[in-house]
Design a protein around this ligand. Structure first.
Ligand code: ATP
Ligand code: MG
Length: 204
């Protein structure tokens, strides 16, 4: 196809880690993708259970992590749209930018389990092929997926999560080798994920 085979890897990327990069690289190899576009999410409207780092920090960490791979790039569509990200908007925007490409949406086992609960999911499946990748601690079999619309693939298991990386930084534990070197340095430079000292009255 003229527009090429293009993978899309969406995520909060707070921070991006080697689990994301290995998943994207493995799917690119297995499906013969010409490129993979990483798409950091927009900022949620209100605080949910935790504060998400500013979009520009998450975007820049994603750029740093992917810079050395000529087939990886980063899109600002979700960051620039603002507000919470809906996959239908991500795919519609990228489809508009790449009308001739064949799109492959790459998602981990945990996120995939939510696909079936998305509204408009037929529309989603019309916009892209969906590829679910294995992730330690999550079982694809539990996802109850509609048949024939999602390809499931096994990727080298890396038991890394952004949640764990944030906790580690907060506890003063290293994240070297869990995230790319430049991301370790960016986290330190910007002071991300440091424990917020509790005030005496309990407020943060
Ligand atoms: P958090 O702990 O904050 O939820 P996360 O590690 O799950 O962070 P996300 O940004 O939420 O990272 O994930 C983006 C996408 O990457 C999702 O589809 C997720 O399932 C997938 N993913 C994340 N970590 C891994 C991993 N270690 N192996 C395979 N897929 C992963
Ligand atoms: Mg997650």
């Amino acid at each position: 196809m003229a527009g090429g085979r293009v993978g899309i890897m969406g995520g909060t990327f707070d921070p991006i880690h080697h689990g994301h990069l290995v998943a994207a690289s493995e799917v690119a190899g297995l499906f013969g993708l010409d490129e993979v576009i990483f798409v950091p999410t927009g900022q949620p409207w209100q605080k949910s259970e935790r504060e998400v780092s500013p979009p520009e920090d998450r975007y820049l960490m994603t750029v740093i992590a992917t810079a050395s791979n000529p087939r990886f790039s980063v899109s600002r569509v979700d960051v620039d749209r603002g507000g919470p990200t809906y996959t239908i908007d991500t795919l519609s925007d990228l489809r508009q930018q790449r009308p001739d490409a064949e799109l492959f949406f790459i998602t981990g086992a945990d996120a995939l389990a939510q696909i079936v609960s998305w509204r408009d999911n037929q529309q989603l499946f019309d916009l892209a092929h969906f590829i679910g990748v294995t992730r330690p601690g999550f079982h694809l079999a539990d996802a109850h997926l509609p048949e024939g619309v999602v390809s499931l693939v096994e990727v080298p298991a890396l038991a890394i999560s952004s949640t764990d990386c944030r906790d580690r930084v907060g506890r003063g534990m290293p994240v070297w080798y869990l995230v790319p070197d430049g991301v370790v340095q960016y986290i330190e430079k910007r002071g991300l994920y440091r424990e917020v000292p509790r005030r005496a009255d309990g407020a943060r």
